[in-house]
Design a protein around this ligand. Structure first.
Ligand code: P61
Length: 928
């Protein structure tokens, strides 16, 4: 853990491999009800490949063109140079091909089949043959149209799902030689992997030998490099050594006279492809043809932006960390399917998992012999059944890709798209599938149609015996899939030691590029949704009465119920305006615990901060379900002891942050509200985490179990006179705040201050697009599927560390897991800042960044100048919304456990520097 106690190089961490990226933009995902599925399948003529994608819940029919982009690819989309000729994006693509494949000459094409078309037109004469290792998906229909014969050479092993042979895409050399000797071979076209075999790879040795042979016969060798990174990755796994993934990619590419690819596989693009070569004669032929079929040789039928995205995607694909995770995920899927009785194809590669339909659990099929009944494959039937049961789409595989005697159902896992929980849903669906039986198998409608995507089926009578209700998985899959990711890396233990020392043992002072999983805060760190982005792009920018302001106003009023709304640039700005407007010097402000910025603004406005939270809140062990509640007795006593007029207002924070993300209850808040109303004391909410609070009310407060999240929020807010919100939390935006009140006079005063400190009252210092994102975020936070998956993810981490015996604040809160540093590090006295030390140690060990919430955060008493006493000495592991997955949570838990096991070696800190206000942000420490 620390450099002084353990050799950093000896740490084998993490054992879990999680995604090498965090989520940046998500796309909301809705389940498709059973009735819709029945209708949709019928409309699609029982061929799942004909289904509309919005009728599909999770789509595992293909890996092509549906990956999550990296953030750099997204920005590449924005720097499209759409010049007709000589676009800068073309030169970027050309440069990338030189760098990665060592090919000097590049021709862009619209996608892979555009490349195949040009290659065939340019290099094959009528009557000649092509030898391949069988990647026929797009090549076969093309060759058929052009009257060209294709000969597939593969060993028998390739179609044996039990054989563990690692190089099933290899061409048997003897057979290649014999074919070449027949003199009519025009091209050898070899694919680096075979997607219809789950992505089985070609070995570098076989490629070298094929290339040598082909050259002896003066036949060009063409490499389909669409999944070259995958092949090179699998090659490195079998030949571990010093060479990097990029070096292996280059070695494969060096063997090819011509290389081509679709950008829609390993490069994770949605369109685009290219041909690359070092041979001028080939290049000239392609250049002459590309203008005819694709576009000019410097854009080849792609928008400038798509060439830039492809260039970026090719660079991104050379990072092995993602492939490590992908391999692990596919292995996990295959192992689990086998465990529940399905036979899968071996070995596992990087396109997907194939289920062998000849080895299915017998219960699934009709009692009569399936193959005698009809000509439709079992996999096509099973795909239709699977869709009906789960809403998920899989791909039945058929000839000519695979021989007639095999029948596989492919689960093609899109890249960077689905989470492990969604894979779990898929596995669970396979389990559910066993409850069904096909009653009447599918029949082909037209006998002549051979293209799998276009075939139509019908059923004589009912397709399945009986439908059982939709199953409810025991876990919550995320209600969104991934659209854009932000890659990150785990730095070395040495780097982390250096970084934390340089940051003065303060996690606020670390650079984000040194962080692995960043749990510093849930503030402004959410992944926004496709809907938020769409609105952001749609709205017109204006600081005077923008449409986005009115949209925000309407949504804000709908969700919160207050009459007047002012946008502010973030939460503390709303607190500033409110405090300055409502507090007279010397007045009390009564709170349920404190939040740093809130208290600071109350005190700066001349207020006297008072904490009236229930006692249980100060006890990390207490499992009181509403530890955020203010104590009504304490409130009454306070009012009795002081005049109501001495109280500026009561401020109730929802899901109290410093108490551990603990909610307030509706029952107690009703009491507090009644007391306030009786004494004419305004009640103001800090509604920053009101949706999480509402979710916990729904779960923990019986009378509201059947209320919607929005109804609970409205009920809660109706008890007060206004609220401040940092929209960077529950409202799912990266910047923004809200001040909302009912009183028109108060609103007018706030408006004036808003104008002075923030911006016009129609923008609050924000861009109109930020208001639009907030408006959509306010709605999204009320969606039950979203908020439950969000809070349940927090609970998952909480349970995981708790089960490992680590002291945490009880019960689980809404936004973070709080470690009790006093119990974790009992040998460090509070004056030596155990929570600060623990946050630093967790970072040093695991790259996970948390935040101190103890003595340092509490600051000094303005009167005595001493540290403010605080019972809670916590480290907060705060989970950003929609950003991390369950796999990341596993890695975090593992890191914390690692520190726990070494805890007695951890020493305290001494404070070296502190700022006069909010010292925790910039304080510096040294090890004792
Ligand atoms: C956080 F270390 N919270 O939790 P602003 N009210 C509440 C908040 O949680 C909150 C604000 C008001 C942050 C950011 C942060 O000491 C710190 O939009 C309940 O950040 O201005 C912010 O909203 C203020 C972290 C703020 C801190 C202050 O991570």
């Amino acid at each position: 853990m620390t450099s002084s106690t353990k050799d950093p190089g000896s740490i084998q961490w993490p054992k879990h491999i999680s995604e090498s990226y965090r989520l940046k933009i998500v796309q909301t995902l809705h389940k498709v009800p059973y009735d819709t599925r029945v209708r949709a399948l019928k409309e699609a003529d029982y061929n799942v490949l004909r289904l509309r994608s919005d009728h599909v819940y999770l789509d595992f029919a293909t890996t092509r063109g549906n990956a999550g982009l990296t953030d750099k690819q997204l920005s590449a989309l924005m720097i499209g140079d759409e010049a007709y000729a000589g676009s800068t994006n073309f030169y970027a693509l050309e440069k990338t091909c030189r760098l990665i494949f060592g090919k000097e000459l590049t021709i862009p094409v619209h996608q892979g089949r555009g490349a195949e078309h040009l290659i065939l037109r340019a290099l094959i004469k009528p009557g000649q043959r092509i030898i391949t290792n069988g990647n026929l998906l797009t090549l076969k229909p093309l060759a058929d149209t052009m009257g060209i014969t294709i000969e597939t050479l593969l060993s028998d092993d390739a179609f044996d799902s039990h054989s563990e042979q690692p190089w099933k895409a290899d061409i048997p050399l003897e057979r290649l030689k014999m074919s070449l000797e027949s003199k009519d071979v025009g091209l050898v076209m070899i694919s680096a992997t075979l997607p219809h075999l789950g992505g089985q790879p070609l070995s570098l040795e076989n490629l070298c030998e094929c290339a040598t042979l082909a050259r002896q016969f003066h036949v060009p060798i063409v490499l389909d490099a669409s999944m070259l990174a995958s092949a090179a990755y699998l090659y490195s796994a079998i030949h571990p050594g010093k060479e990097s993934l990029s070096q292996h990619i280059r070695e494969y590419a060096d063997q090819a006279d011509i290389l081509y690819l679709t950008g829609r596989e390993d490069a994770c693009c949605h369109t685009g492809g290219l041909i690359a070569t070092n041979h001028d004669t080939f290049y000239k032929k392609f250049r002459d043809l590309v203008v005819l079929y694709e576009g000019l040789h410097t854009y080849g039928g792609q928008a400038g932006r798509d060439m830039q995205v492809l260039a970026q995607g090719l660079q991104d694909m050379c990072d092995p960390h993602y492939l490590d995770f992908r391999m692990r995920k596919l292995t996990y899927l295959a192992r689990h399917l086998e465990k529940i009785g399905y036979r899968t194809y071996h070995p596992i590669a990087l396109s997907g998992v194939l289920v062998d339909c000849h080895g299915l659990p017998t219960s699934l099929l009709p009692e009569s012999d399936f193959s005698q009944d009809n000509s439709v494959s079992i996999s096509s039937n099973l795909a239709a059944l699977f869709y009906l049961v789960s809403g998920c789409r899989l791909r039945p595989l058929s000839s000519p890709l695979i021989p007639n005697h095999v029948d596989w159902l492919g689960i093609f896992v899109p890249r960077r798209c689905y989470t492990e929980r969604q894979i779990d849903y898929l596995i669970e669906s396979f389990l559910q599938l066993k409850r069904y039986r096909i009653a009447h198998p599918l029949q082909k409608k037209e006998s002549d149609q051979a293209i799998p995507e276009l075939i139509r089926y019908e059923v004589a009578e009912t397709f399945i015996t009986e439908y059982h209700d939709d199953f409810i998985p025991t876990f919550t899959p995320e209600p969104y899939f991934i659209k854009v990711v932000e890659p990150f890396k785990l730095t070395s233990p040495e780097n982390r030691s250096k970084a934390i020392r340089k940051a003065g043992y303060n996690t606020f002072l670390l650079n984000s590029e040194d962080i692995y999983v960043d749990l510093l805060t849930d503030s402004g760190t959410a992944a926004m949704s496709n809907h938020q982005w769409a609105r952001m792009i749609e709205v017109q920018e204006s600081e005077l009465g923008s449409e986005a302001f009115y949209l925000l106003n309407e949504r804000g009023r709908d969700v919160l119920g207050f009459r007047y709304l002012l946008p502010t640039h973030q939460g503390r700005a709303a607190e500033h305006i409110l405090s300055q407007t409502m507090i007279r010097k010397g007045q009390y402000v009564l709170n349920n615990m404190y939040f740093t910025t809130t208290r600071e603004h109350q005190e700066r406005a001349g207020g006297i901060f008072v904490d009236l939270i229930i006692d249980a809140a100060h006890d990390p062990r207490s499992s009181h379900p509403f530890k955020g509640d203010m104590d009504p007795q304490k409130l009454k006593q306070f009012i009795e002891a002081h005049e109501p007029t001495t109280i500026a207002y009561v401020c109730l924070e929802t899901n109290v942050n410093m108490a551990g993300g603990q909610p307030i209850s509706l029952a107690t808040t009703k009491e507090i509200s009644a007391i306030c109303r009786y004494h004419h004391i305004p009640l103001i909410f800090d509604a920053t985490r009101v949706a999480e609070n509402a979710y916990l009310i729904k779960k923990r407060e019986k009378p509201y179990a059947h209320w919607t999240i929005k109804q609970i929020i409205r009920e809660l807010m109706s008890l007060g006179d206004g609220c401040t919100i940092s929209a960077k939390k529950d409202a799912l935006v990266n910047i923004g705040g809200i001040l909302a009140v009912n009183d028109p006079v108060l609103y007018e005063h706030c408006t004036t201050l808003c104008m002075t400190f923030e911006g016009t009252p129609w923008c609050g210092g924000l861009a109109s697009r930020d208001l639009a994102a907030m408006a959509v975020g306010l709605e999204e936070m009320c969606e039950y599927d979203y908020i439950s998956s969000r809070v349940e993810q927090v609970h998952y981490l909480w349970s995981k560390v708790r089960e490992a015996g680590i002291p945490v604040v009880e019960p689980a809160g809404g936004h973070a897991v709080f470690l009790d540093a006093r119990t974790f590090l009992p040998h460090i006295p509070q004056e030596e800042f155990p929570a600060q030390r623990l946050a630093a140690a967790i970072y040093e060990t695991s790259g996970v960044r948390g935040m101190e919430r103890g003595l340092v955060s509490a600051g000094r008493d303005p009167l005595t100048g001493k540290h403010r006493p605080t019972k809670l000495e916590l480290v907060r592991l705060t989970i950003p919304r929609r950003v991390y997955t369950y796999s990341h949570m596993d890695v975090v838990a593992e890191g914390v456990v690692e520190v726990f096991q070494q805890r007695e070696h951890v020493k305290g800190l001494c404070l070296m520097y502190e700022a006069p206000t909010l010292r925790f942000f910039t304080a510096r420490f040294e090890l004792l």
